[in-house]
Write a protein that binds this ligand. Structure first.
Ligand code: ZN
Length: 376
């Protein structure tokens, strides 16, 4: 494992590419200091409006939302700054997964004056796909992300909307280079990202569910995109202050309800990330065991890049909070996908990075590395 020279991002994330010792996000931020942001905004306004005017019907654009900080900020920015009239799409969680906070945040978007098109994939299929995904890779979120990413273009086609809005460009901001488009704002290669390309129809059908049951998880084909003239645009490309903290503050000022539990149970340092449900905390804990970094690292990395804290201060924070997840959270997840706690830890241990953690049956992996210190 090797850490970025600037922040605490290790190179353990699959597919990540460090340049001159810097992680993709730091490389992105360093480059962004010399960009002409006004010209980016002007380009984005032209681009979005030219695609928007091709849409038929009452909405000129479409945006997938969870009601969280990013979607709240994007919806307001698209409408009030870019002058678009977006339809918001929400793929609802089953009742066991949706929190009251999540429901309140979706209501907040309604109260802010947006129309929301909500879909609710059958819970029995949702649960089974989530179970299969967890048992295979310890990542339950693959299929739920697939539903959100697929639902938006499906509904765009149905409603005659040509312009699809997303936030950050995963190629530029996260280093997911397979998704790089013809320009920084172009998102039509999003289909190549891991979540969308790694889960074939055969994979879905292997659960025994077919036809309309797996339709919510089926991303429209390249041909369907071309036939319907769909264009995905990353708004984050022109948003100078795009980031965890700025998006969180902006959304909070517009009514977002934050997570209030201690970060010692959630690793969510300011309670503003993925607040629509709580098993994301468990997923972040597993990410920590797989790659040696979790949610707290995401926060401090941004603060280091912005000069708010030093790398040394960040190490103290990460040592304390990364990987946090309560036993209650793990129990409710195990109940939902019908596995025992022992089965849960068996899957997690199997997927844990054994160079970084020592594992033993039935208990949490024990850390054997020091944050910020290169092991290579
Ligand atoms: Zn970095």
């Amino acid at each position: 494992m090797k850490y970025c020279d600037i922040c605490l991002q290790p190179n353990t994330r699959p597919g990540t590419l460090f340049i001159d010792g810097n992680c993709p996000a730091c490389t992105f931020i360093l480059g962004s200091q010399v960009w002409d942001w006004d010209s980016r905004v002007s380009i984005l306004k032209d681009v979005t409006h030219s695609f928007a005017k091709e849409s038929s019907g009452p909405y000129d654009s479409i945006l997938g939302v969870s009601g969280g900080k990013d979607s709240t900020r994007l919806a307001i920015w698209a409408r009030d700054f870019l002058g678009l009239n977006p339809l918001l799409v929400s793929v609802n969680y089953p009742p066991e997964q949706l929190t009251k906070r999540g429901a309140n945040n979706l209501n907040n978007l309604s109260e802010l004056g947006f129309d929301i098109y909500a879909t609710s994939p059958a819970p029995i299929v949702w649960k089974n796909l989530m179970r299969k995904s967890f048992l295979e890779s310890a990542n339950w979120a693959k299929t739920t992300e697939l539903a959100l990413f697929s639902g938006v273009p499906q509904i765009a086609i149905e409603m005659g909307i040509k312009l699809i809005l997303w936030g950050e460009n995963p190629a530029l901001q996260l280093g997911a280079m397979e998704t790089i488009g013809k320009t920084g704002w172009d998102g039509n290669q999003l289909r190549k990202m891991n979540t969308l390309s790694g889960m074939s129809k055969e994979w879905l059908a292997a659960t025994g569910f077919r036809g309309e049951n797996i339709l919510p998880y089926t991303y429209p084909t390249e041909e369907a995109f071309e036939l319907n003239n769909l264009q995905i645009v990353f708004l984050g490309w022109a948003m100078r202050t795009w980031g965890l903290l700025e998006n969180g503050i902006n959304a909070s000022l517009n009514g977002l309800e934050a997570r209030t539990e201690s970060a010692l149970k959630t690793s969510d340092l300011i309670g503003l990330t993925s607040v629509d449900e709580d098993w994301v905390i468990l997923n972040q804990m597993i990410k920590y065991y797989k790659f040696g970094f979790g949610r707290a690292t995401d926060y401090v990395n941004e603060w280091i890049r912005k000069g708010k804290i030093t790398r040394e201060e960040a190490i103290q924070i990460v040592e304390k909070y990364d990987g946090a997840c309560s036993d209650e959270n793990i129990s409710s997840f195990c109940d939902f996908i019908s596995i025992s706690k022992d089965e849960f830890w068996e899957v997690v241990n199997f997927n844990t990075n054994k160079d970084l953690f020592k594992i033993a049956p039935g208990i949490r992996p024990a850390k054997t590395f020091r944050v910020g210190i290169n092991l290579l």
